[in-house]
Design a protein around this ligand. Structure first.
Ligand SMILES: *Cc1c(COP(=O)(O)O)cnc(C)c1O
Length: 224
């Protein structure tokens, strides 16, 4: 399928999920995750109207960024090693995987302008998943107050791999609850206005539960 057709389907599904949950589709940003595809396929997504791209590795990001540059907004969505920060921090607009103090320190040291960061939370508790435990998030965010280059714009999670819709929904709902707790702290460096949640298999549920940023790879740019 062309990216254009895939995008049209996804936009319809966003529309439906928003109607169901009384939300405005303009509040849901699609991030095209291009980690498995070529530069050409990423370009096809841009031509179809996508303006936010996501990559999960520094190398893949560099390849795409070299070809595409600043015509889109760039999201770094993968686990980020501290030593790789300097390779991406001047180009990316958002980092979705802030999960430790040492990483925040390195971003703060290397960045020239404030970086919009999502704190990654392991809501489901699966040991294979990265991110902070939910009950660590508030203290973690408060500990970032002396890092002027870190702006906490939201929380990010990945739902467990399961067909049980309720399990997925509860995961997203818990992240939303946590977001409300952070917002109540009224920290000027952590407005926490966004929720990065939902991928190809579960973005409709995520939108119903408040997602503002959905990260979609296979069903948007996948070549099948
Ligand atoms: C790969 C990836 C996605 C997209 O996954 P799909 O299932 O292909 O939509 C989203 N978020 C993260 C963090 C990823 O690594």
């Amino acid at each position: 399928m062309s990216v254009q057709n895939n995008l049209a389907t996804i936009q319809e599904n966003i529309q439906k999920a928003c109607e169901k949950s009384n939300r405005n589709p303009e509040d849901v940003q699609i991030i095209a995750v291009t980690k498995y595809v070529t530069v050409d396929r990423a370009q096809e997504a841009i031509e179809a109207g996508v303006s936010h791209l996501g990559e999960n590795r520094a190398e893949g990001f560099q390849d795409k960024y070299t070809a595409i540059g600043d015509q889109v907004h760039w999201h770094f969505i993968g686990t980020l090693q501290s030593r790789k920060v300097k390779e991406i921090v001047h180009q990316v607009d958002f980092i979705h995987s802030l999960d430790r103090k040492s990483l925040a320190k390195e971003i703060n040291k290397r960045a020239e302008k404030p970086i919009s960061c999502f704190v990654q939370v392991n809501v489901s508790g699966e040991s294979s998943k990265h991110g902070l435990e939910p009950d660590e998030v508030s203290d973690f965010i408060q500990s970032l107050k002396d890092y002027p280059k870190i702006n906490i714009v939201g929380l990010m999670t990945m739902a467990p791999h399961t067909d049980e819709e309720e399990v997925i929904r509860n995961c997203f709902r818990s992240l939303r609850q946590l977001q409300l707790e952070i917002q109540q702290l009224s920290l000027d460096f952590a407005p926490c206005q966004y929720l990065s949640m939902g991928m190809s298999n579960d973005y409709q549920i995520a939108i119903e539960e408040g997602a503002t940023h959905i990260r979609i790879g296979s069903s948007l740019v996948g070549e099948e």
